[in-house]
Design a protein around this ligand. Sequence first.
Ligand code: DGL
Length: 258
Amino acid sequence: MKIGIFDSGVGGLTVAKEIKNLLPNQPIIYFGDTARTPYGTKSRETLITYAREDAAFLLEQGAGLIVIACHSAASTATDALKEGLDVPVFEVVTPSIEQALAKTRTKRIGLIGTRATVASGIYEKKIGVLDSEAKVIGQPCPLLVPLVEEGWLKARETRMIVKKYLRPLKQQKIDTLVLGCTHYPLLKKVIQEKIGKRTEVIDPSLEVARAVKNYLNQNGGIECGGQVKDRYFVSDIGPATQEIVRRFMGRRIELEKV
Ligand code: DGL
């Protein structure tokens, strides 16, 4: 079964990479909407429209299941997308919530992400259903996406900005922190350092990859061996796209523009 993954751009490659790590023989079809990125600043209505279009493209390409790698889309558009589809839909929010609740001891969970993700309130809503005592403290971090795309992963300025964003979460004494954006796994070390080693950092790219693997295992969908041809589609290739992709994947990959 081909795994279709979509994102607002290249950040979802963090998810594609984890899925490839766990399922090396599974063909993936990636779509990054680089022409319309960022999604993190868009309204719910717009994100629902984009998510439907992105998923429709992946299905046309033969995807048997869909993974919403983009947190902004996953937080706002998952229910609307599922309504119209008859293939399984995985997304980065649900497995991260399960993991956050499994890890927290104090029930004070921090969430960092784009404005769209934090404003969606989806974490509060879903966590509230599962554990009414757990509290979510959200913090939008809009400057982090461009810093990652510029490759300023260890820069002094980045460390200062991360520290400033995390300060209110520290003051709120969170013990678990969800990296609610595709780009943040690249800053995991700095984030862990600034939030402190006693706080558990949850990486949704790993959690969703595990969820997809479990599903395929249970449904006999795991491919073993054979020639695997992954395809990486984007809606635009700008002057820096290849370089940013290399930064995310750690190698050059062939991009197809659609
Ligand atoms: N992929 C987006 C997310 O995870 C980050 C970039 C954007 O705002 O489009 O929310």
